[in-house]
Every structure is written in C-alpha cells, then in structure tokens.
Design a protein around this ligand. Structure first.
Ligand code: NG6
Ligand code: CA
Length: 527
C-alpha cells in the first residue's frame, strides 16, 4: 500500500517540476506593455519640462514628473527617416549601404529588409502584439516596381514586424496625402485611382506655382507641387480625391486610431509605436488649438501634440493599463522654424527658443539638431528623476528587448546598447560613453563624454531658418562647417567656442575614434 505522506511527496515533486518548467518558459513576472511616442521635429527646448515658457505642455510635463526625464537623449540623425530607421533596426542609418535611408519621398521603397529582427519583430517574438499609428517615412514597396497605391501596398510595416498599421507613407508635406491601413489606402474609391509622381506634374490638378490664390500658406518652390486641401505639397498626385486627409484632422485621427488599438489589445502584451506629425510642416492646428500658444502656429501645434499625447495617456488610465505600461516620449530630430512654408513661425516666435540653449537646428550635427526631449514613465519601476546619462534612440531595440524579456540576443553587429539599467534607474553610471551624430549629406560628428568633435566638411549650406542659442546662428548658411571643431560641452553647452587649437590631442583622438566607429563591424563594444 502506498502511504499518504509518500503520495503527497510525489505530488509535490511533480507540481514543483511543472512549475520550474513553466517559469523557464514564462516571460518575466512584470513585462510591461510599451507605448513609444515619437514627435516630428520637436526641439530640446519645446516642452515646459525642458524650459519652454511660451508653449504649455501640461500632459507631457506631468509624464516627465512621474518618470525619468533625460537631459542627454539623442536622435542619432537630424532628419526623420534615418532616425526612425535606427529606432526600428538598432543600426545607425549611415551604415546602410544597400538601401536609401536619407529623407524619403512618398513613393520610395521600404528601407528596412523584411525578415530583419527589428524592434517590433523582437517584441513579437516575445509574444507582444505590435502596432504603428501615424508617421511612417521608411518607404513602401520593394523598389522593383513602382509602388501602386491602388492595390495591396507591400512590403511595409506588416512585413517588418508590425501586426497592425495605420500610417501616412512619408511626411504631411509629401504626396500621397492619404492614410494607409495595413496594406490599403483608407477610403479609396476604385473609380478614382491614385497616381503619384515626384518627377512631373500630371497637369490635371492645381499646383502651388500656378494657383497661389488657392493656398492657405505660401510655400517655396520645392513645396509647390499638387495642392491638397489648400496646401501645396512636395510631389504630384492625382485621383484618390475621397481618400485625401485633411490637415486639421490628422492629430485627432492619430488619437482615435491609437486609443482604438489600446482598447483592442488591452488583454495581451502590446507595443504601440505612435508617430505624431507635430510640429513638422505644414503646420495646421485643429480648431481648438488655433492661437492658443504665445508663439504662433508652431507653438499651437505643439500644444496640440501635448493634448494628443495626453489623450493616449488618458486612455491607458481609463483601461487600467497605466501601471503596467512603459511609455516613452521623444522626437526624431531637432527643431526648425522655416522649412518650406510661410506659416509665420519665424515672425511669431517671440523669443521662444526651440532648441533651448543648444546651437543649431534640424539637418545639422550641432547639439540642437540631435539632442531631443526624452521621457520615460513606468509607474513603480522607474522612480521619478532627471537623468544626465547618455541615451541614444538607437539604443531602444536592445533596451526594450531586455525589458520585454526577449531571450535571443540582438545581432552582434548592432549599434544598439542595452541601456535598460539606465532607463529603469538601476545604475547612475553612464553605460554609453559616446554617440555618433548624423546630419544631412552624411555629415558625422562624435560626442564622447563632455567633448564634441565635428570634422570639417564641404556640405552645402541648407536653406531654411532654424534657431539656436547664438542669434547669429539663425541662418543655416552660418552653420557651414569649414574647419574641424572641438567643443567642451560641460563648459560650453552652446558650442560657441572652438577649442581645437587648445586641445589638438583630444581632437585627433576623437577624429580617430570617429573613423574607427564608422569602419568597425563590431559595434556593441565601445571601440
Ligand atoms: C526636406 C524638405 C522639408 C522636410 C524634410 C523632411 C525641402 C526643401 N525640404 O527635403 O520640408 O519635408 O525634407 O523632414 O524639400 S523630416 O523631418 O521628415 O526628415
Ligand atoms: Ca522629423
């Protein structure tokens, strides 16, 4: 006869074994949902929590108070496509040799190879549902044949790791001015097909050059293509009339689609990537925000952005998800006032400094071009604090992979460092000692510790008007870099005094390291 104590011991052993097996396969106890919100051209000085006074951003400021606010967070590039490429792949965009990763037009092919272990693909491996809403700007289609917006549009987000997408293809200032949900243009009438060209006008719809009288905002030649709802865009399109978005509804659509996504996937781990459109051009505020800031339409749309982010945070509260959701807010590159449309942003700035005390603007490699707001909130896991630790957005894949319990490591040649200990406040050390910064025309610079090195380059001065700490810096041509520059950011955060002649050894050490970094294939180490 089997005794009862023996039976119970066998049972206990079996149960114990079963639970060991379970816990090995089970994800970590607290695996957060992740919402990554990326603004478009929002500068280091554009939020209240980063010093803005003429723009009110109460929702993002509250988020900053509840979480960690980084003062040394970097977009790896100073334009959209390459930064977003780095966020999704963990690789600096300037390393990509087979794909175009510069600012893409609306008919450009997808710049990320399907099958790659992207950030959403990693999270999907870990059991997350993955979604993207808003700005895409990473190309669509395979590039073998021109993308046809009247059929299934692929490859795109769904082929590189997202389970759901509701996006506009490129920028609001580039055609086609439509939403694409999963593989299809939203609201397209098959009897009115879309055609897109970046080479020639179809001459059936008005453009900005011939019909300036139809425009809500004047535009430069580059932005004087087809007029869609009173705004001339870059490029030409015809057809798809019923599918064309209205600029005054973009933010509301982002909020609606994001909150619908949260509702639909609240019962499973999810990753939602939200690409806000503000404050990129064309800047058209929704009616409740018109004239609300003290710094013109650019300020108004930043307040609209703050509202939209607040609505997503409110949805998390309402669905009882806030506690177990890691929310990250950042921007893809630094700010700019004039970027093609005469919307009054320069005249109405009233002393607002979108890059704060930093020099430069979008497109460049100065601090104001790449250093961006970076805020992360995860109640109970991230203690409220301000961090001066270095963080680059290229670190998001490795960092979020660890936080979400991805067991397979990233590719060994990634640029992405696992900074989960930094993000969660488990170390006060700087786990990243340097970061490479990338501007238009493939200009590169190196930040290492307090030092910043910018090689001389012959890049063409970009047209446009930015804003930095130095008033003489507002014309981009003033930013042409004709000699190598060395700055000590601790003493000179505004990058005003070139100290290269005083520290030639430091400059050549940084020059050599930048060269090694651009040539090396082992990127996880800090060569
Ligand atoms: C530039 C556009 C600019 C903006 C930018 C992309 C011109 C002269 N300027 O080429 O208006 O669309 O591309 O911005 O065409 S980004 O933030 O998406 O990178
Ligand atoms: Ca941008």
């Amino acid at each position: 006869m089997i005794s009862l104590p023996f039976l119970s011991r066998v049972l206990a052993l079996a149960l114990g074994l079963a639970s060991t097996v379970c816990s090995q396969n089970a994800p970590p106890a607290r695996r957060p949902n992740i919402v990554l919100m990326v603004a478009d051209d929002l500068g280091f000085g554009d939020l209240g929590s980063y010093g803005a006074t003429r723009i009110k951003t109460p929702h993002l400021d509250r988020m900053a108070q509840q979480g960690v606010r980084f003062t040394q967070g970097y977009a790896p590039s100073s334009t959209c496509t390459p930064t977003r490429y780095a966020i999704l792949t963990g690789e600096y965009a300037w390393r990509a040799t087979t794909k175009k990763t510069g600012i893409l037009d609306g008919d450009a092919p997808l710049c990320i190879t399907p099958g790659r272990r992207t950030l959403p693909a990693l999270l999907r491996e870990a059991g997350y549902h993955t979604g993207v809403v808003g700005k895409w700007h990473l190309g669509l289609g395979d590039g073998m044949v021109p993308v046809d917006f009247n059929r299934d549009i692929k490859p795109g987000p769904l082929e590189i790791g997202f389970d759901y997408s509701h996006i506009i293809p490129a920028t609001v200032d580039r055609v086609p001015s439509v939403w694409v949900e999963n593989h299809r243009v939203v609201g397209l009438d098959p009897a009115d097909p879309i055609e897109v060209s970046y080479r020639q006008d179809f001459r059936v719809e008005p453009n900005g050059i011939d019909r300036p009288d139809l425009l809500k905002q004047g535009a430069d030649a580059q932005h004087s293509g087809t007029i869609i709802h009173g705004i001339s865009r870059i490029g030409y399109m015809r057809g798809g009339t019923a599918a064309r978005f209205r600029d005054e509804e973009l933010a509301t659509t982002v909020v609606q689609k994001s909150t619908a996504y949260l509702e639909a996937h609240q019962h499973q781990p999810f990753f939602l990537y939200v690409g806000f459109f503000e404050p990129h051009v064309p800047r058209v505020a929704e009616p409740p925000f018109v004239g609300t800031s003290q710094t013109g339409v650019r300020g108004d749309v930043i307040q609209q952005l703050d509202w939209a982010a607040g609505e997503i945070l409110r949805a998390l509260d309402r669905l009882n998800l806030a506690e177990n959701t890691l929310v990250i807010f950042t921007s893809d590159n630094g700010p700019i006032f004039f970027d093609g449309y005469r919307d009054g942003s320069v005249e109405d700035s009233h002393g607002h400094r979108p890059a704060g005390d930093l020099r430069g603007a979008k497109y460049l490699v100065y601090e104001g071009a790449c250093r961006v707001p970076l805020i992360a909130r995860w109640p109970g896991q991230i203690a409220p604090r301000v961090s001066d630790q270095l963080f680059s957005l290229v670190d998001l894949p490795a960092t979020l992979a660890t936080i979400s319990g991805v067991t397979q490591p990233m590719e060994s040649n990634t640029d992405s460092l696992d900074l989960s200990a930094v993000l969660l406040g488990r170390t006060e050390r700087n786990l990243r000692d340097h970061t490479v910064l990338h501007g238009l025309s493939n200009t590169l610079a190196l930040r290492e510790g307090d030092w910043k090195y910018i090689p001389a380059n012959a890049s063409k001065p970009v047209s446009g008007q930015g804003s930095g700490a130095n008033p003489s810096d507002t014309r981009f041509s003033a930013n042409r870099i004709t000699e190598p520059l060395l700055f000590n950011l601790a003493a000179d955060p505004g990058e005003l005094t070139n100290v290269l002649a005083l520290h030639p050894d430091k400059a050549s050490a940084l020059q050599n390291r930048l060269q090694r970094l651009t040539q090396t294939h082992t990127r996880t180490s800090q060569p």
